[in-house]
Design a protein around this ligand. Structure first.
Ligand code: F3S
Length: 403
């Protein structure tokens, strides 16, 4: 492949993979079972990325591994309704078509594990999308590093990744402890815990203790996404939940965290995180967004119950995959949400919408239950944020003010 005998796409891909292997002193390449491709949105890819993907597709690149895609920059069913330009949509459609030409499954979601892409324990994979990467490692027990856009494409084309980092047993043990000393009653509490963990752990592997064994996939989804927001955590252990961590000892292996690497997450830390995420100075709210990461059908059913018979003074957007949106339609949740004045936006990520889009459309303050969303819209879309439970966000939508 490296010699170019099999053509340009495989030569370029192998150059990327060998370059990575040399950087990280990997001694061999290993076959992978699946890929999740993050940079299939025009905002993240930029002109260079768009041209790179087009070139690979035009020169005959074909994925040899199952590869699915992350959210795009346009909610395909609703882009006109929310005011996205046709130019942006065309650009996105062209990029998406090039991924499809190479054989990608267009899942267009950051929660691929909710639509059937569920790697099994111990499986080597090459996933990009930081929130999904943590989920694959920490919840499913699969093995992946935090891949970048080019390296994940290269792995999908060649079927290989370098053997280093989280592919190796010795690098998967915890190296700091976060003792949870407060009740986590809502997915937003798990998100706040992740926000805290990212800050203190940075690129470490935290071991969480004190989390009840009854936590749900939605709780874990929010925890994973927030961990990968304030830090670059790619793996963690929840004792009794993470497949590799049936006990505290198994989670740490031979690592013994020093006292300076033992942290407590109690009521004070929970309040502190909420104060940091809540940076809107007044009770004004322009828009409510839920579903970062993409919402599950269970959460959408819950939202539909909360909105049944209500009329919204502020728009509510729920982000999810097209597959989950279809279920919501079949089950009647979509019509309840739309009757109230809300929307389910399939396949999109708010952060990838055109730069300046929100302010240009009169949205300056968002209410959300996702600190990841709050963090990114601040930097990328110049917005302020309110942070609270789903109920509180939806009450703000009904009343037109944040309370
Ligand atoms: Fe998904 Fe975008 Fe949030 S990719 S995790 S909706 S920032």
């Amino acid at each position: 492949m490296l010699d170019g005998i099999h053509g340009y796409p495989l030569r370029k891909s192998m150059e990327i993979i060998v370059g990575l292997a040399e950087c990280y002193d990997a001694r061999r390449l290993i076959p992978i079972k699946s890929v999740h491709l993050a940079v299939n949105n025009v905002f993240g890819a930029g002109e260079i990325g768009i041209a790179f993907v087009k070139n690979l597709a035009d020169t005959g690149g074909k994925f040899v591994t199952f590869a699915d895609t992350n959210p795009v920059a346009v909610p395909y069913g609703n882009w006109k309704d929310i005011g996205i330009s046709g130019e942006w949509e065309c650009k996105q459609a062209e990029l998406t078509a090039n991924y499809a030409k190479m054989g990608a499954f267009l899942g267009n979601t950051c929660t691929p594990y909710m639509i059937g892409h569920v790697p099994s324990f111990g499986e080597h994979i090459a996933w990009s999308e930081s929130s999904a990467t943590v989920f694959a490692n920490a919840v499913l027990g699969a093995r992946t590093n935090r891949e970048g856009g080019p390296s994940s494409i290269a792995s999908a084309l060649t079927g290989f990744t370098p053997d280093y980092g989280l592919h190796q047993d010795q690098n998967r043990y915890g190296n700091l402890e976060i003792a949870v000393k407060v009740e986590l009653n809502d997915i937003k509490d798990f998100a706040a815990l992740g926000y805290f963990a990212g800050k203190v752990a940075q690129d470490g592997i935290p071991v969480f203790t004190g989390i009840p064994q009854t936590l749900s996939w939605d709780d874990l989804t929010m925890l994973c996404a927030a961990c990968a927001t304030t830090g670059s955590i790619a793996h963690f252990h929840v004792v009794g939940i993470t497949p590799e961590a049936p006990t505290l000892q198994a989670a740490f292996g031979k690592n013994e965290p020093s006292p300076s690497l033992k942290f407590e997450f109690g009521p004070r830390q929970l309040n502190q995180m909420e104060e940091i995420i809540n940076n809107a100075p007044s009770s004004e709210v322009d828009l409510i967004i839920l579903g970062c990461p993409h919402y599950s059908i269970a959460r959408i059913e819950r939202v539909s119950r909360l909105l049944m018979g209500k009329k919204l003074k502020r728009e509510v957007w729920i982000l999810t995959s097209q597959v989950v949106k279809c279920y919501a339609q079949i089950m009647g949740y979509l019509s309840i949400i739309e009757a109230a004045g809300g929307r389910i936006l399939g396949e999109a990520c708010q952060n990838m919408m055109p730069p300046g889009f929100f302010n240009q459309n009169g949205y300056y303050t968002v209410a959300t239950n996702s600190p990841r969303l709050a963090f990114y819209v601040r930097g990328l879309q110049n917005m302020l944020s309110h942070f609270g439970t789903e109920e509180r966000c939806l009450e703000a939508a009904v009343n037109g003010v944040w309370r």
